[in-house]
Design a protein around this ligand. Structure first.
Ligand SMILES: NC(=O)c1ccc[n+]([C@@H]2O[C@H](COP(=O)([O-])OP(=O)(O)OC[C@H]3O[C@@H](n4cnc5c(N)ncnc54)[C@H](OP(=O)(O)O)[C@@H]3O)[C@@H](O)[C@H]2O)c1
Length: 347
């Protein structure tokens, strides 16, 4: 594979963060259109992820996607402290965290956010998400066959109790925006109907083999920004999230052909496509050359219209993160979690 040409948009090995495209949220706030993911897939030690956060901030990243369940917010908080001491102001960063599934209770939401803030050594978050719409506890790292005895389906009235507490976090000034993750169109319709403060983003699996066009369009047409997780197809995802039928976007001939034309890794093509298409990808990497080329990719030569068209035709409807641990009934198919017939799957 060719190495990138001498016209790389780098100054002293860094990307000028002012060149990174931004996504406008309905509040008028600007969120960098690419962020660094921080889930180490249960394999990468917290210290290594924290070092990547510090390294990524040094080369131009300003957006970081964190979560309490990733088990590394304490170490990442130390990284943010260093970054803020050395060279950046808090308002130059966009930091997201997420409420885990066993903390949906009315007395848990604010405490959980405060714990993330303390771990991350911050006084506020730019964005706080409900990580999954199901209030089901399962131990971190458990197998897909693991089921909680008191697993529950999505019950809108219950979810709204959690959401009211999310809204209170905004009132308290602890978070600037709230949002959802792993939602479906029928669930979002109810939330949009009942929310006092509507979600600013929906974080969802998005890559060239899982383009989720209907949900993507719904989110955008309702004034929310789609944030795309597993944007490269999560090649190092845990064993529990692998199935023989899963496809690999970075091996798709269309992606590989474009990568060869540009002299970049296919991962970079996935990210260019994401930003040009209009969602905000949050690729994970702890390797400097990878996270640098990922950021560089979204500020350099765009994909052509023909290439964007070609990628739009390689969707395989291949969901990698199926969410089986959230199933609430014996023998249920994972598809029940995703409301595929357009209605919330009944209890
Ligand atoms: N809301 C949710 O429910 C949810 C679910 C899953 C994930 N997420 C978030 O989304 C983030 C991203 O998802 P993900 O980590 O599963 O998958 P991903 O970003 O699609 O893939 C990450 C993998 O790609 C490799 N990679 C990155 N850049 C590369 C490059 N330029 N060349 C070659 N390999 C490259 C990384 O390895 P190296 O480290 O070796 O570079 C890493 O193994 C997570 O970290 C997390 O923050 C959210």
């Amino acid at each position: 594979m060719k190495v990138q040409s001498a016209s790389r948009p780098l100054i002293n090995g860094c990307v000028d963060s002012a060149l990174v495209p931004q996504k406008a949220l309905y509040t008028g706030a600007q969120m960098p259109a690419i962020g660094l993911g921080t889930f180490g897939s249960d394999q990468v030690p917290a210290s290594e992820v924290a070092a990547a956060v510090e390294g990524a901030a040094a080369i131009g990243y300003r957006h970081f996607d964190c979560a309490s369940v990733y088990g590394n917010e304490h170490e990442i908080g130390y990284a943010f402290q260093q970054v803020l001491r050395r060279h950046l102001k808090r308002e130059q960063l966009w930091i997201t965290s997420k409420l885990w599934n066993d903390k949906h209770g009315e007395n848990d939401v604010i405490a959980s956010c405060r714990k993330s803030l303390a771990d991350l050594r911050l006084s506020y978050l730019d964005l706080y998400l409900v990580h999954w719409p199901f209030p089901n506890f399962h131990p971190p790292g458990c197998d897909v066959t693991s089921r909680s005895r008191d697993a529950k389906p999505y019950i809108h009235a219950e979810f709204m109790k959690t959401w009211r507490k999310m809204e209170e976090l905004v009132d308290l000034g602890l978070v600037s925006h709230i949002g959802t993750s792993n939602m479906t169109i029928p669930k979002l319709k109810l939330l949009l109907r009942d929310a006092r403060i509507k979600p600013a983003v929906n974080e969802m699996e998005l890559h060239p083999h899982f383009q989720q066009l209907a949900l993507f369009d719904f989110v955008r047409s309702n004034g929310m920004v789609p944030v795309g997780y597993c944007p490269i197809g999560s090649p190092a995802r845990p064993e529990r999230d692998r199935r023989p039928e899963d496809t690999v976007p970075t091996q798709d001939p269309v992606i590989v052909k474009i990568a060869n034309r540009l002299g970049v890794h296919p991962a970079v093509v996935c990210l260019k496509w994401a930003v040009q298409r209009g969602h905000a990808p949050i690729p994970f990497s702890t390797k400097r050359n990878h996270y640098l080329s990922n950021l560089e990719g979204v500020v350099s030569e765009p994909l052509t219209e023909d290439e964007m068209g070609e990628i739009s035709r390689i969707d395989r409807n291949c969901r990698l993160i199926k969410g089986q641990v959230f199933l609430w009934k014996e023998g249920q198919p994972w598809e029940d979690l995703w409301d595929l017939n357009g209605e919330i799957t009944p209890p």
